[in-house]
Design a protein around this ligand. Structure first.
Ligand code: HEM
Length: 439
């Protein structure tokens, strides 16, 4: 490890440091760090300006930097951090070795949950600006922060296997001491769900109770409710997609063009079915035609779409769905590159959370089987299994977009004007016609 500290004193997101450094930075270094800290404050985890929260389970308190700087242990509060592992079996005559691992694993999860919240809050804040100010210049920041969430989640999915090295018999030795503590009471996990956009009405009731009933602290209840009520990442994404260039009726009018080519596609399937001499194959093609006609009808007929929304089968507004489809079909146009990447990352996030749920439920099955209640009072394995359903997938509409993709040669060609609009990041008033850009 390098001796010299490279750390920037940002709020909440420490970077590489020379571990156990023995030198203190000079005054000039301290000033540079303070400047960097100021810069980071304007771009990182918001804790008090909307889209953040200031209950200390996620906020980092501001601190005074001593003139001589700080050492590694001071900066990271290593002492405090390492004194937070207190196995309950230690106070009994039979300390269970694996309880330490159990605690460390949960604490590591909570730390990463905190970082995920920090990223999601910042992305929601930027998205809110993008939606209200039509400012698309921060797309790269959104993309990189979402990508960071993806990487953290990958780590969290894999981390389950470490705890699985504990045997069910070892777990049994201390499980009774845990009740009624349960991961169900993880406030940060609920905040992540709500801030992404898990819908309250689509949740499985927990032992017939609403999920909020488990919490007693009014501050925590307020915090979780606030996260339910604030615009979620899913809400903001939809508002943004509704503004996708090309959807305007008086301009390119993507939706009408798309409907026309889908009609042609369906007619072609029908013609192929009618001309098919072999009876069995003819029936297959006819079935395909009927099924596809019904499916496309469910996005063209706004009433059908709204009925699916009311049932929770679709989450996106009709207009947002059109935007997402347009971005997916014209993803190779420069202006849609980043938006398409964002859609992919959001699907990754959804998939990884489902994978975490799956790994967790498999671990639960291994540890306590399918017929024991959880320490938090739910049916345990069966309750957790229900959370694997699409009802918990926030961006389910993005996954389902594939149903409505059409072969490349059917995609409506862009008009020269539209082609030019999609070459640049933002429309520059009327001048878009005069832009000297070769796409
Ligand atoms: C031996 C290991 C574990 C077992 C046996 C276990 C068991 C359970 C059970 C039975 C539930 C359902 C609620 C209840 O009635 O208690 C639950 C929920 C939960 N657990 Fe675990 N768990 C384990 C490890 C973990 C770890 C390492 C985490 C990481 C933070 C975690 C996070 C959660 C969360 C967030 C929930 C709520 C899930 C939801 O409601 O969708 N669990 N756990």
């Amino acid at each position: 490890m390098a001796n010299k500290q490279e750390v920037t004193l940002g709020d909440g997101c420490p970077v590489a440091t020379g571990a156990q450094s023995t030198t203190r930075p000079t005054d000039a270094e301290s000033t540079a760090k303070a400047d960097a800290r100021e810069f980071l404050r304007s771009t990182s985890c918001d804790m008090g300006l909307g889209f953040g929260h200031n209950l200390n389970l996620t906020a980092s308190s501001s601190r005074v930097i001593p003139k001589g700087g700080m050492l590694y242990g001071e900066y990271l509060h290593v002492d405090r951090l390492l004194s937070c592992q207190e196995p309950v079996t230690r106070s009994t005559s039979n300390e269970v070795h694996d309880e330490h691992l159990f605690i460390i694993t949960h604490q590591a999860y909570e730390l990463w949950f905190k970082q995920i919240l920090c990223e999601i809050d910042s992305v929601r804040q930027i998205m809110n600006r993008v939606v209200s100010d039509v400012d698309e210049t921060n797309m790269l920041v959104i993309t990189s922060r979402l990508n960071r969430v993806v990487l953290i989640l990958k780590l969290l999915v894999d981390q389950v296997t470490i705890l699985e090295t504990m045997t069910p018999l070892d777990f049994m030795e201390f499980r009774n001491f845990l009740s009624p503590a349960s991961g169900f009471q993880s406030v940060q996990f609920r905040l992540i769900e709500n801030k992404l956009g898990v819908k309250n009405e689509l949740r499985t009731n927990y032992g017939k109770l609403h999920y909020l009933k488990i919490f007693e602290d009014p501050k925590v209840i307020d915090l979780i409710k606030q996260a339910e009520e604030e615009p979620s990442l899913c809400d903001l994404l939809q508002q943004w997609l509704e503004r996708t260039p090309g959807l305007e009726k008086h301009e390119f009018d993507f939706w009408e063009k798309y409907k026309t080519v889908v009609q042609q596609l369906l007619e072609q399937i029908k013609v192929d079915a009618d001309n098919e001499p072999e009876e069995q194959q003819k029936a297959v093609l006819m079935d395909e035609w009927k099924r596809k006609t019904e499916l496309f009808d469910s996005i063209f007929d706004v009433n059908k779409h709204n009925a699916l929304m009311a049932r929770g089968d679709r989450r996106f507004t009709h207009k947002a769905l059109q935007g997402a489809l347009m971005v997916s079909l014209y993803k190779d146009e420069p202006r849609f590159n980043q938006p398409f990447h964002i859609l992919m990352l959001l699907m990754d996030i959804d998939s990884l959370i489902t994978k975490w749920r799956y790994n967790h439920v498999e671990m639960v099955l291994r540890m306590i089987g399918a017929h024991q209640f959880g320490t938090g009072g739910s049916s345990g394995y069966h309750y957790l299994r229900s959370t694997l359903s699409d009802r918990y997938k926030v961006f389910v509409d993005l996954f389902n977009l594939s149903t409505f993709l059409i072969p490349r040669h059917y995609i409506p060609p862009l008009t020269p004007h539209m082609k030019r609009r999609l070459c640049v990041m933002e429309d520059i008033g009327e001048d878009v016609n005069n832009l000297d850009i070769n796409c």
